[in-house]
Every structure is written in C-alpha cells, then in structure tokens.
Design a binder for this molecule. Structure first.
Ligand SMILES: Cc1ncc(COP(=O)(O)O)c(C=O)c1O
Length: 482
C-alpha cells in the first residue's frame, strides 16, 4: 500500500469551519485516490489512526469515510477496516476532473520568467493610440469597415506599408505587389498556391522550422541546408534540388548573424539562373537594430525580381495583433491574380483601417522608436547581468533583435539544467532546439551548449532576477558535471 501522505491531511491546512471539516477530509482522500496514491484494494488508515494523524475527531473521519463509501470510492470490511475500491468503472463528474486538473497544474512550477518568447511587452503596447484610432474610425461611420477587403488587403494600408518599406527597408515595390495576411504562416500557405507545384523549399539549419513543417503539410518537398558564419551555404544550395530558399539574412534566426553582401550577391546570382527560383527574405525583426547603420534588405539588391519579402507586426506591435505582409515579385502577380477571386482577406477591415491610421498619423513610427529604445535597454541590462555572473561568457549574434545567444563559461548538461530551471520557474531554449540536423554542431562546436534568451517580454527589473536564477542553476549543474 502506498504510504499515507500525512502532510496533505494535517489539521492546520484544513478549514476551521466544523461543518466543512469532514467535507475537506473527504475531498482530500478522494483526490489522493483519484491521483492513484492509493491503488485499488489498498487499506486506508483506521479511523483512529487517521484521527491521530490529522487531529480530527474520530466522528469527523467516520463521516468522511462514510461519504466516500456511499460514492463508491472505498468499501469497508467488518473488523478489517476501509479499502480503496476499483474506481476505473466510476464516472467522474466534470467538477472532479476539474479539481484533478487544478491539482496537477499547481504541482507543476509556474513560469515566472520566459526567455523563449520574443513577444513585445504589454506595458509598451500603444493602448491609447489604438483606442483613439478605433474611436475615430467608428465615428466616421465609413461603411467600408462593414465589407470584406480583397485577398491582398485594403489598398490604403498597402500603400502605407509600401511607403514604410521603401523608407525604412529600401524595399523597391509597388502597392500592387503587397499582400497582407494575419501571419507569416498564412502567407506561406498562399505562396504554396502560386508557386510551381513540386518545388523544393530549402530552409536554413538552424532556423525557424515552423514554416518547414507547414510547407510539408502542403506536400512540397523541403530540405534543411547548413549555415556557416555568413549564412546559408552556397555550395550546399547548389548541390540541393531546391528552387525556393527561406532565409533571414538581416538577423539570422536564431544565430543572429548578418549575411555579408558577397553572400547575398551569390544567392541572387543562384536565383537568377532559373525562372522558378526565388529567395524568401524573412525580415522578422529588422526594426530592432541597436548599433551601426541599418542593414540593407536583400530585396534592395534584387534587380531581377527574385526576392519574396516578408515582414510582420508580431514583434513590433503584438503577436496577437495578427498582421503580416509579403511583397511578391512582379513575375508572381499573374499567378496571384488567379487565386485572388477565390478568397477574401482574412484580416478584418476595421483592423486594417486602424493600422493604416496608426501608420499615417506617425503613431506607429513613434511606437517603433520607443520600442527600439526600450529593447535596447533590456538587451544592455541582460548583458550587464550576465557579465556580473560570468565575465567569460560568450555572447553570439549582432546587436539587434529581441534575443541573444549565450554560451556560459560554466560547463553543464542541457537536460538537467532545463529541469532545474523549470523548478525555479524559468523557461529557456537551447540552440539545439532550432536544429533540424544535430550533426551541424560537429562543424560548429562553438555553438554547443548555447542558450537562447529572448528578452523582450521581461521587464527591466525582471531581467537581472531571471539571470540570477539562471546562474544559480548553472552553478549547481557545474558542480555535478565536474
Ligand atoms: C523567425 C520569425 N519569422 C517570422 C515571424 C513572424 O511570424 P508571424 O507573422 O506568423 O507572427 C516570427 C515571429 O515572431 C519569427 O520568430
């Protein structure tokens, strides 16, 4: 029989109200039975023993046992005592299942600091600007918000995005080339409808493999190609049968490297060798560059219409805002026109109008400037906290974006570290999590045991606290490894 869990039945943790005492005890024994702490057929403590263990009167224990017996959780045998019934056949009322779920939930440690997400922090969200924009648009009573917009999105917003891209990313395009969608994932599914069937998509490894899984779902072939310190390997690309390449040249995800111009030109040269070849440039966090001159986009170098540019408001505004865009090369516009009449834009017209207003009134730009400054400070605070614990830690990646890669100078094993951190309420990711082929690490041993730290969702006060916990766990692990 499993050992009786005395601590969970002690008097002090139970309600003081006499009327509910037996109910509390009944609930606790029942929860223990439902959790399998007492297997079917095992003997429960005698009324007397349970009364001594918990401090309840024998009468209270008796009432709790009687209630459990009536409900079929336990049975009694004369002069032998109380035993746990086989509850597999009992139908559990919804409330009981909820109680069980709540107990299980409280047993897992709550996440206090999440370093895996790179979402903008709530405090910085432009609630006031957004409220005003919504109000103004609703006051205008313009009936266009009651209608759907064409698949590519609202013209006025596409115009605003075209201007924004032209000014901030030097992406040369016409408004007609811009397609809006609620997410980059959605835009990928649209791409699947317009590119050559049976194409093979190449992805950077390590990289953002969510899109890879999505492409496979649409029955396209995929391949993961290794990157070196300058980005996607051209040799490997030439050897592959890929005709489309997804890449993040301006801040490679997740290594944070910036692709030099020569490699960009090599890629454009590769793409120009076949009419069906395209490069998909994911410019997911270009708004956050903290030093040096802005990095020109790959699109800005593209003379032959070989780049499909993708951007998103997920990191600059809010993931839940659900708005992303892509710029299609002129050559793909006819294919897009063929599907244009089949669907409408899945973003509500009202949301598109609001975004347009924020962009046209300069509020979005001001928000971006504030966010950049805020995230710059967070990054500095993260680096300062790390260097206080670990002078020799290696930080990988350009001073940009919303995450860094950290290679601590302390040795550790990833699994036990992760477990220890979970207990402390801290969530991190490792570079390995973004690898399709772990063999890549053989050539890049400097990336072994590298930790991914997304800092944007933590506040300035939380960052040093989270780093303290990280190093507390690292030190404990190091002792075990040595
Ligand atoms: C690497 C990368 N690309 C693109 C995106 C944008 O994805 P979505 O537009 O679906 O939110 C993200 C999300 O933040 C990302 O991390």
């Amino acid at each position: 029989m499993s050992k009786f869990n005395q601590t969970s039945f002690t008097n002090e943790s139970l309600a003081k109200d006499k009327l509910t005492l037996y109910v509390e005890l009944y609930k606790r024994v029942k929860t223990s039975i439902l959790h399998g702490e007492f297997p079917a057929g095992s003997k429960l403590p005698s009324k007397r023993n349970l009364s001594i263990q918990t401090g309840y009167s024998i009468n209270t224990v008796l009432k709790a046992y009687e209630q459990l017996e009536v409900e079929g959780y336990i049975y009694s045998m004369e002069r032998k005592g109380y035993f746990v019934a086989d509850i597999k056949t009992l139908i559990q009322p919804i409330q009981q299942i909820q109680e069980m779920n709540q107990t299980t939930h409280s047993q897992t440690q709550e996440i206090r600091f999440d370093f895996t997400s790179s979402i903008p922090d709530q405090e910085n969200f432009p609630f006031t600007d957004l409220r005003k924009a919504f109000n103004t648009i609703l006051m205008e009573e313009d009936d266009s918000i009651l209608k759907t917009s064409p698949l590519a999105g609202d013209d006025s917003l596409r115009q605003s995005i075209q201007q924004y891209l032209s000014l901030s990313r030097n992406v040369p395009c016409r408004m007609e080339q811009i397609v809006l969608g609620p997410s980059s994932q959605y835009l990928f599914t649209l791409l699947c409808q317009i590119i050559e069937p049976k194409s093979c998509f190449a992805f950077e490894d390590p990289g953002y493999h969510r899109f890879m899984e999505l492409i496979e779902l649409h029955h396209f072939q995929t391949c993961a190609l290794p990157i070196d310190q300058h980005g996607l390997s051209i040799e490997e690309l030439h050897q592959s049968k890929a005709s489309l390449v997804y890449l993040s040249p301006n801040h490679q995800f997740p290594t944070g490297s910036i692709m030099p111009i020569e490699r960009r030109q090599d890629l454009l040269e590769w793409a120009s060798q076949d009419e069906h070849r395209y490069l998909i440039e994911d410019d997911y966090d270009s708004e956050f560059q903290y030093a040096g001159k802005p990095i020109p986009s790959l699109s800005s170098l593209d003379q032959k219409g070989k780049v499909i540019y993708m951007g998103s408001f997920s990191r600059s505004l809010a993931t839940g805002f659900r708005m992303s865009y892509m710029v299609l090369p002129e050559q793909l516009l006819n294919a897009f026109k063929r599907i244009e009449t089949m669907f409408t834009c899945p973003i509500s017209s009202l949301t598109q109008k609001v975004m347009d207003k924020l962009m046209r009134c300069g509020q979005f730009e001001r928000h971006l400037n504030r966010s950049r400054l805020r995230n710059k400070r967070k990054r500095e605070s993260l680096l300062a906290a790390i260097s206080q614990h670990d002078h020799q830690a290696k930080l990988i990646g350009a001073p940009a974006g919303l995450h860094i890669l950290l290679k601590p100078s302390l040795p550790f094993d990833t699994e036990p570290l992760n477990e220890a951190l979970k207990m402390l309420g801290l969530k991190i990711a490792f570079l390995n999590d973004f690898l399709n082929k772990p063999s890549w690490l053989k050539n890049f041993t400097e990336y072994e045991n590298t930790i991914y730290l997304g800092f944007s969702s933590l506040s300035l006060t939380e960052i040093p606290q989270a780093v303290d916990l990280l190093y507390q766990a690292l030190r404990q692990q190091t002792k075990k490894v040595r």
